[in-house]
Structures are given as C-alpha cells and as structure tokens.
Design a protein around this ligand. Structure first.
Ligand code: NOJ
Length: 540
C-alpha cells in the first residue's frame, strides 16, 4: 500500500441527522444539534462523520428526494450552519462526509418540473422518458424497490412513462446525458469547495441502467411474503457493465481536490464490490461499502470466510472496509443478539479496513418496535408487515435519562418514539460506567489508534473451535502483532494456541469485552479460555 490516507486509518461515524440532536424544538435533529455534540464524538475517538442527506427535500423519502443539491433544508438549518459545522468539526480534527444522491431527484426538483413540462423541453432527456410498451403498459418489467410495482410512472400530460427505481416521487436521472453529468459533478465541486471531505454515494451501483432497457429475468426463488421487488433478478438495473464509467466520472472529480474520499453504496458480494475499486491506473471508489456483515449471519465461520474473501479480492491499491448497521437495516444488537454487541464492535474496529459505526450502536441500541400510528417510513407504508420498515433503526439518539433522552426538549414530541431502555441506555450513564459497552468501544478505538498493526497491518485468520473467530494482525516494519479471539457463542470455549505463537507466555492481554482482567491465557495448557460471548485482544 502507498502512504496511508486519513480515510485508511479513520473511524467513521454515521449520523442520521433527523435523529441525532434537535436544537430548535421541532422534534427533528438538525445541523446545529450535530455541532453541539461534536465534543462527544471527539471523546469517543471518532475521526469522521458521514451525515445522511440534509438538502432541501419534500421528505417523501426523508431527504433522499432532493430538490436542490446545493442548499440545506430549513428543517436542518442553513448553509451557514453547515459552514459552522465544518469549521467546528475540522477544529476537532473530525472530517465531514456528506451523502450524494446521484440516482434520482425529487419529482419537485426544478429539473424534473421542466423535464415533465413537455416532450420538447431541453431537459426532457435529463430523466428517462419512454413510450408505453407493445401491450400499452409500462415499457419493460423493471420494478420499484419500495413496493414491487412497476418502476415506471405514467405522465398524463405528455403521454409517456418516467422511470423511478424508488418512490414515484424520486424520478431517476439520466447520467448518459452530458448536461446531467456536468450539473451533478458540479454539485460535488460545490461542496468540495466548501470544505467537505468526501461523499457517501447513494445506491451508486444503480446509476447506469441497461442502455437497451431489456426486461429483468424473473426470479424463480421468489415466494409471497418476500420483498415484492425481488420478483425479478436485477440484472439490467444494477451493477451493469458500464457502472465503472460513472465511478470514474465522480472519482476524477474528487481527484481535482486533495484528500477527499468517495464511499459507494452497493449491496454486492465481496468479489463483485471489489471491482468498484477500479484499477491502479483508473481508480474508482476509495471505499465500496461492504455490507456483508449486515446481510449475512454473525457467525464465526461466516465472518472468517468474509475476511478471507476480502484478503483475496481487494486489489493492491484498494483498502477493505466494514459496517455493522445503517439507517436501512435492523440494528446489529437486534440481529446478532445483545450479548454479541461488544464482539461485533471488537471485530469492526480490529479487522483490516475502515470501520463505520452507526449512531447509537455504541450504546448497544436496538431496533425499536414502532406503534402503527407512528410509522413514518414510506417503505413500511407501501409494503406493510414484511419487516422492511426502517423507522425502528432511526429512533432518537439517547443522551441522558431526561424525558426525550436529551434528544429534544422534554415538552416536544420527537419525530419517532424513543427506545424504552433509554433511561438506562444513554451516553450520560454509560460514560460514567467503566465497564459499559460505550467505554469498551472507546477503549478499542484508543488501542486501535496507537497500534500500527491494527491501523495498517496485514491480517490472517486461523482455525479455531466452532463458534470462535480468531485472527492476527501484523505490522511487519515494527514487528507489532495483535491477536483477536472472539467467542460468538453463549458457551465457554478453550482455544488451542499450539503452532500459532512461539511462546504462549509472551501473550499479553490488551482487553476483554467484559472490561475486566480475566485469566484468559492458560500458559500451562497452551490455550485461551474464553467465557460465553467474550472477545479478547492480545499482543504478542
Ligand atoms: C439508499 C438509502 O440508504 C435509502 O435510505 C434510500 O431510501 C434509498 N437509497 C433511495 O435513495
């Protein structure tokens, strides 16, 4: 690898801005709220924040339906508030990554209003407009992700269909049109000029559709009760062969500036996502998001396999990354079980690659059951009861035991209900408790920051008893070596060390998920002794 860049070593923290801190008593988080909490992020040891969209939006998809890419929605504040946030974050050496939404705009974006105003409008081709198919219906069988109905909406006025991969309110932009490219790449420049350090690129792998608009193949494995949009296999709507053109357009734009990072959102296998690093001479994403921990079992054999796959497929100029939770999927503590929340973060922060922590996961927050009358997410409203709704993972951050957990003033109703546990599970209480998950995560970040092996050393996995994940990190120039041993079961485990280390007595415990000082190393029997659900970190 070349000289490490800041994003190779950074711990990224993902903020869902509606839910982090409300500073103006409307029950919705905002930019000044985030700025007021930078001290907490600095205390935790965070190097960069990624903030989900804060641009003007009718909020049909809570900000992923943008009407102006170069401004801030008044709900979140103003451009001045963003400048202030950038300044304050940078003072604390925290980088700021924004969300870039290239695949679609809001249907109320001035570009779309023009585009739909008439077939001859100069912006007509900025979106995908098509005549009906041979049967008079939609032009092909592409489906909307949010309800599994056609991805084509009929426009009575001009007698054509337009494409929307997500909501009808989110028409897809046509990036094959050079004017669209120019306008959207200028959006990146606008924010880079203001000092933004990078972008997480929303559904980047969907931007280039099949130029011939061929039907997607039917999915023979689909059964009722599954996500309705999975009725077809998305061969022609995502990860199409020329997606790399899009990747390179945005990378070249980012490369006009120093030290900026591009993170692509894609739900792909490690082998497939690794192609989105591009080549050494034509690089693409710095970090194609790796969602495998989100979409597969938290199970020792599986995680070992994922690490091995990454080591096999990441190109020399590339750099791995790991994510446990995000604003679209159930929280890690709910998926893996509360007993595994610390282990998940031990792995996230000691595996080779850049980690992204989802706000609140550091408290062990769980997905929250949302009463019917409080559901806000369009996905749940359009496909009810299938477990696709995302409100449960977007509930307010828990800062204290005060009513509304310090997220909003006590007399305000937050936009989503709070987790019931907030009186016990909040930053104020967990900060004071030296054995809490929050203090544990802070400690791992501290150890990581001081360790060459953990920040940029190599990684090897090792055979271990069933249910135990064992890997070592090594920084050859300094000779520093770290071993992580993680028990992903509810039973005690003995882990043989023969052949793994020269002298078992040289193993020194750095920390345990239990935040105590266990007799984990049995020198006589040459084994590690792990308690149920325990993970440990050692140096040797
Ligand atoms: C992926 C985002 O993460 C999700 O929240 C959003 O609804 C869709 N893209 C559409 O922009």
């Amino acid at each position: 690898m070349m000289m490490p860049e800041w994003w190779n070593e950074a711990v990224i923290y993902h903020i869902y801005p509606r839910s982090f801190q409300d500073s103006n008593r409307d029950g919705i988080g905002d930019l000044n709220g985030i700025t007021s909490r930078l001290g907490y992020l600095q205390w935790l040891g965070i190097d960069a924040v990624w903030i989900s969209p804060v641009y003007p939006s009718p909020m049909a998809d809570f900000g992923y339906d943008v009407t102006d890419h170069c401004d801030i929605d008044p709900m979140f504040g103003s451009l001045e508030d963003m400048d202030h946030l950038l300044e304050e974050a940078h003072k604390r050496r925290i980088k700021v990554i924004l969300d870039f939404v290239p695949n679609h705009t809001s249907n109320r974006h001035p570009w779309f209003l023009e585009s739909r105003s008439g077939r001859k409008n100069p912006k007509r081709d900025w979106y995908y407009w098509k005549d009906p198919g041979p049967d008079g219906g939609p032009p092909n069988n592409w489906l909307s992700r949010f309800d599994g109905n056609s991805a084509w909406a009929w426009d009575e006025n001009t007698g054509q269909y337009y494409l929307h991969t997500f909501l009808e309110e989110q028409p897809d932009l046509n990036w094959r049109n050079p004017e669209v490219r120019e306008a959207m790449l200028n959006v990146l420049r606008f924010w880079f000029d203001r000092g933004v350090d990078g972008f997480r690129v929303d559904v980047s792998y969907r931007v280039m559709k099949d130029p011939d608009f061929r039907d997607n193949p039917q999915n023979p494995n689909w059964t009722p009760g599954m996500d309705p949009s999975f009725r077809v296999i998305e061969k022609h709507t995502k990860n199409t062969p020329d997606i790399h053109r899009f990747n390179r357009w945005i990378r070249q734009t980012a490369d006009e500036y120093d030290n900026r990072v591009l993170i692509g959102e894609m739900n792909l296998s490690i082998e497939e996502l690794s192609k989105h690093y591009g080549t050494a001479t034509q690089p693409e994403f710095h970090l194609p998001f790796n969602f495998r921990l989100i979409f597969s079992e938290w199970d020792a054999a599986n995680v070992k396999n994922l690490v091995d796959q990454f080591e096999e497929h990441v190109p020399n100029h590339g750099w791995p990354n790991w994510v446990l939770s995000n604003h679209d999927q159930p929280r890690f503590a709910t998926r893996a079980g509360a007993g595994q929340a610390r282990n998940g973060h031990l792995f996230l922060l000691t595996a080779r690659g850049t980690p992204t922590i989802y706000y609140g996961d550091e408290l062990g927050m769980e997905s929250v059951e949302i009463p019917h009358n409080r559901v806000r997410d369009p996905w749940e409203l359009l496909s009810p009861g299938l477990g696709l709704g995302r409100d449960p993972v977007r509930t307010p951050m828990q800062w204290s035991r005060k009513p509304n957990a310090g997220f909003s003033d006590p007399d305000v109703t937050p936009w989503l209900p709070l987790e019931k546990e907030y009186e016990k599970r909040n930053t104020e209480i967990l900060k004071k408790d030296s054995s809490s998950i929050l203090r544990f995560i802070k400690r791992v970040i501290e150890i990581r920051r001081r360790s060459d092996a953990l920040t940029h050393g190599g990684c090897s996995t090792h055979e271990a008893p069933d249910g135990v994940l064992l890997y070592t990190r090594e920084h050859k120039p300094s000779g520093e070596r770290v071993m992580a041993c993680i028990n992903i079961t509810g039973e005690k485990k003995n882990v043989p060390l023969k052949g793994l280390v020269d002298e078992v007595s040289e193993l020194t415990l750095l920390l345990s998920t239990e935040m105590d000082d266990p007799a984990a190393v049995d020198t006589e029997r040459e084994i590690l002794v792990l308690r149920a659900n325990e993970g440990i970190l050692l140096t040797f």
